[in-house]
Design a protein around this ligand. Structure first.
Ligand code: ATP
Ligand code: MG
Length: 531
């Protein structure tokens, strides 16, 4: 078996698997499960999951491989794209409905391009002449150099008059359109609508040999230069566009062949702020919710365990039975485990320190490997000493806090995130508190950050709001103590489900900070231990 320093642990962020040189590794370690199957169902418009649960991974897998006769194409929204949106908004005084129209054109353009590329070039365009016309217009507009990126697609929108004229010209040459049409710079909506119709006519005509999904990723990271209201408006327009295209247009296409669809990758908290109508039904019927939860007792059968065990097993020379690779590398038991296991219970120790996200466990492994490379622990297995070391806890806590910082970047500025950290300075080492103790800490904290409400972030509106905020971020859980039973910790990420996308914290009970964060928040003198 490979030694610990020799192991290839892959990438905790699946974006890296988009690169050609990493594809084979990814195909080897990727677990094809029910989420992947469900993603191929026609009703799905949203791929929802907390940070690090695999949204990008699923989209990348579908981009590199066919699954259930469906092929994906993944596009990432970047800072410059948003900047362009904002410029457009200023120039054209856009409303939400305009954003939706713009996104529709972008989605159609990217999807058409993907379909033409994967379904077979020139013959395909000769067979489906409307798509051929559209393609010619695109080629002329971009001088045959369209690279399928959102930014490029946006250029076409920006120059809507020129673009609409080109679409009309090629439709006319082909005899699809009788009269000459006039377009004006100032009638932006009309131009866009015309372009949209051209795409729809073309897409209605084509028959694909398989289904296609355009995945849009990257809406969870708001670049610091883009103000929150502008950002939210832009992605609301995007979510509406995805919804309308998938439900009002694509299903109207009659005839056989594959189906087309766009799917938005989104975190649950952001999904909740998109302002979609009937959000509850949409999250149940039209989303795949990536969920890796499992209880300790059944951890060996969990998919999370499988992901890690497989990563370790696939790189050995000899084939290995399920679980054997894990047991070889982690031959120790987690402490204070109540359940009985006939195999080592080390994975439970990893679960306790994680939010049940593959990225958490992969990051723990990477940190441990690094430490063992530096000589802490042995070489052939991952040791409990390394797992129990202060360096491991420190590095892992910093990773977790980094993820929280990223998550908050959607809503708040860096300085505002830093205010949050001050709460724990005031908490003075306390990682577990009653509601009254919390109120005391909060009062001191508010005094420290300033009395005036002006310029303070939303999460400081009141002690209740802040408590909910800590709970939403999974920084704290609340502890329920049913009569005659053991105290039970309730975590937001465990309570969250299709039906309950924004779980509420409970008042008047005890609260416990997540163990994994202790080192980064300088807590621990009050360490009590509930799991
Ligand atoms: N089914 C799976 N099989 C194997 N590995 C997986 C699977 N799902 C997720 N992973 C791994 O989990 C890690 C995190 O996934 P990913 O980067 O896709 O998360 P994400 O939800 O996109 O997070 P973020 O919101 O931060 O972008 C990656 O290393 C990925 O390869
Ligand atoms: Mg991602």
């Amino acid at each position: 078996m490979k030694t610990v320093p020799e192991l290839v642990l892959g990438f905790p962020d699946a974006e890296n698997y988009k690169r050609r040189e990493n594809r084979d590794l990814f195909n080897l370690v990727f677990i094809r499960n029910r989420h992947l199957d469900r993603l191929c169902e026609p009703a799905i418009s949203f791929l929802v999951g907390e940070k690090g649960t695999g949204k990008t991974a699923y989209a990348v897998y579908m981009t590199n491989n066919d699954h259930k006769e469906t092929r994906g194409s993944l596009r990432y929204i970047r800072e410059t794209d948003y900047q362009k949106f904002i410029t457009l908004k200023r120039e054209r005084h856009l409303q939400l409905s305009d954003y939706t129209s713009i996104w529709k054109v972008i989605i159609y353009l990217l999807l058409s391009q993907h379909v033409v590329e994967t379904e077979g070039g020139p013959e395909f365009l000769q067979r489906f002449t409307r798509m051929g016309d559209v393609q010619e217009a695109i080629d002329e507009y971009y001088n045959r150099a369209f690279s399928p990126e959102i930014l490029q697609a946006l250029e076409l929108v920006q120059e809507s008059k020129v673009a609409a004229e080109l679409f009309a010209k090629h439709a006319k040459v082909a005899g699809e359109q009788k009269e000459a049409l006039k377009f004006s710079e100032s009638r932006f909506q009309t131009n866009l609508f015309y372009i949209q119709r051209q795409f729809e006519d073309a897409l209605r005509q084509v028959r694909c040999t398989r289904s296609h999904i355009l995945f849009i990723d990257g809406i969870d990271i708001r670049p610091a230069s883009i103000p929150y209201p502008d950002y939210l408006e832009c992605i609301k327009g995007l979510a509406n566009a995805v919804w309308e295209i998938n439900n009002d247009f694509f299903p109207t296409i009659k005839g056989g062949g594959g189906r087309l669809r766009a799917v938005l990758l989104v975190r649950p908290d952001i999904f909740a702020s998109l302002g979609l109508q009937n959000q509850n039904t949409k999250s149940r019927d039209n989303s795949v919710f990536l969920d890796w939860r499992v209880d300790y007792l059944h951890h060996r059968g969990s998919e999370l365990f499988r992901v890690i065990d497989r990563l370790l097993a696939t790189q050995q020379e000899e084939p290995m039975a399920d679980g054997d690779a894990w047991d070889h590398y982690f031959p120790w038991d987690a402490s204070n485990v109540r359940e009985q296991f006939d195999r080592p219970s080390s994975f439970v120790a990893f679960l306790r320190w994680s939010y049940y996200r593959p990225r958490d466990i992969l990051t723990m492994l990477a940190i441990l490997q690094d430490l063992q490379r530096q000589g802490i622990g042995r070489e052939d297995t991952f040791t409990f000493e390394a797992f129990d070391s202060a360096s491991f806890k420190r590095q892992y806590a910093d990773y977790l806090l980094g993820e929280i910082k990223d998550q908050l970047a959607f809503y708040y500025r860096v300085e505002e995130y830093e205010l949050l950290l001050k709460f724990f300075e005031v908490a003075n080492g306390k990682g577990r508190f009653t509601h009254n103790e919390y109120l005391d800490i909060y009062a001191k904290f508010r005094q420290l950050v300033g009395k005036s409400d002006e310029d303070l972030p939303d999460f400081l509106r009141s002690s209740n709001v802040f408590l909910q905020f800590l709970y939403d971020l999974n920084i704290i859980c609340y502890i329920e103590t049913p009569k005659d039973e053991r105290p039970y910790p309730r975590w937001c990420f465990r309570e969250r489900s299709y039906a309950n996308i924004s779980p509420k914290v409970k008042d008047g009970v005890e609260y416990q900070v997540f163990y994994g964060l202790y080192k980064a928040l300088n807590l621990g003198r009050e360490f009590t231990g509930v799991d």
